[in-house]
Ligand binder design. Structure first.
Ligand code: S3P
Length: 427
């Protein structure tokens, strides 16, 4: 097991482009595998999660040609894979691919690592069964016998872009119309990217609900997509900049889809100064450069309701921020954290307490009272990349040394995390 040792830092500064977006890299690979021609993906994420999606798609017929700045994706008719599809640590791989497989006349078994094997798949199996697929298993491994789907109208029981995307991708080849209703809007990368590929979708509000429909039988046009940087990876550096006494950090080329920018709302609540500039667009995805200044006196914040899906992956590192805010910060409506790569409510609370923080957990979140001087401790990632990185950031402001054990998990989304953090911070 690898470990990462972190000592206190005084400053973080510079210009930095975080690694490319994980959600968008998964989707670019999958959409390239179903497009009606060759697509180009520039600066894709080169992490273990993205590798899992790539290998699964290759096992069913995609050819990925490496070119100077990324990939050319050569699709072909999908075929039944020879072995089990190994989705590694990646829930996105398993859930989105399931929708694509279920809508094709093939059979595949999808499995994952120990963490993914604990995660719920009934949430995608149920709608796929309603559409007519045969799905065995509600936890990995799952086996899907696909083909002959019909459209459904489905209200997602939990706020999850992975469930929504699975159903929409299945709907692309279902008979009739497939509609997904959400109480809270989750990240809409699938919708935006499909629209940019010429797929016609209907999106509207029905009272409080967000509704999206797709007609089956549409063609996905090939595309040329430069993947922006991942705001969920940038988040670790944003919080480091908010916490360190001397900070001015510009994060370049970051995807700022409003369904992903909840962290910026939290920085506002906490009183951290930031600004965005150089706004641009990549296949319907807004992109900007973000500059963060040191936070100064930090105010406590509240996360709940519709904000939760907009920052779901950032909560571990925002919990670290909360330890330095003057008062009680509250995180609620975030029970989904219990079924991420680890139980993130327990792992965050346990690690922060070991560092001296005051944390109360609830079923759907936690309360954190600050400010406290954190002290170095040994933290286990439990195979969860974001737990590893959040506690590395905590280590920057702790007294003494912090050891993150199981740091190989960070490869899932951010292979260069430790060296990049090292380059940008000063003791
Ligand atoms: C993702 C959606 C989120 C997020 C995950 C990636 C996606 O999961 O936590 O890291 O790419 O659609 P849920 O939609 O299940 O909450």
């Amino acid at each position: 097991m690898a470990s990462l040792r972190i000592g206190p830092a005084a400053a973080i500064e510079g210009r930095y482009r975080p690694p490319s977006d994980k959600s968008l890299t998964h989707r670019a690979l999958m959409f390239g595998a179903i497009a009606a021609g060759v697509s180009r993906v520039r600066n894709p994420l080169g992490s273990e999660d993205a590798g899992a999606t790539r290998r699964c798609l290759e096992a069913m017929g995609l050819r990925v040609e490496a070119v100077e700045d990324g990939w050319l994706l050569h699709p072909s008719e999908w075929h039944t894979p020879e072995g089990v599809l190994d989705c590694g640590n990646s829930g996105t791989t398993m859930r989105l691919l399931s929708g694509l497989i279920a809508s094709r006349p093939l059979t595949a078994t999808l499995a994952g690592d120990a963490s993914l094997s604990r995660r719920p798949m009934g949430r995608i199996a149920e709608p796929l069964r309603l559409m007519g697929a045969r799905v065995e298993g509600d936890r990995p491994p799952i086996t899907i016998h696909g083909g002959g789907l019909r459209g459904i109208r489905y209200a997602t029981p939990v706020a999850s872009a992975q469930i929504k995307s699975c159903i929409l991708l299945a709907g692309l080849r279902a008979e009739g119309t497939t509609t997904v209703e959400e109480e809270t809007l989750t990240r809409d990368h699938t919708e935006r990217m499909l629209a940019a590929c010429g797929v016609s979708l209907d999106r509207h509000r029905d009272g409080e609900r967000h509704v999206v429909s797709v007609h089956g039988g549409q063609t996905v046009q090939p595309f040329d997509f430069a993947v922006p940087a991942d705001i969920s990876s940038a988040a670790f550096f944003m919080v480091a900049a908010a916490l360190l006494p001397a900070a001015r950090l510009t994060l370049e080329d970051v995807g700022v889809n409003p369904a992903r920018t909840g962290i910026l709302d939290v920085l506002d609540q906490a009183g951290v100064k930031w600004f965005a500039e150089a706004h641009r667009d990549q296949m319907g995805e807004p992109v900007a450069d973000l500059t963060i200044h040191d936070g100064g006196d930090l105010r406590p914040f509240e996360i709940g309701g519709g904000l939760v899906p907009r920052l779901i992956d950032e909560i571990p590192v925002l919990a670290v921020l909360a330890t330095q805010c003057d008062g009680v910060s509250v995180i609620r409506d975030a029970q989904e954290l219990r079924v991420k790569e680890s139980d993130r409510i327990e792992r965050v609370a346990e690690g922060l307490r070991a560092m001296g923080a005051r944390v109360e957990t609830r079923e759907d979140g936690m309360e954190i009272e600050g400010p406290v001087q954190l002290r170095g401790a040994t933290i286990q990632t439990d195979g969860d990349h974001r737990i590893g990185m959040a506690f590395a950031v905590a280590g920057l402001i702790a007294q003494g040394e912090t050891v993150v054990e199981g740091s190989e998990a960070i490869q899932t989304s951010f292979p260069t995390f430790a060296e990049d953090l090292w380059k940008l911070t000063y003791a």
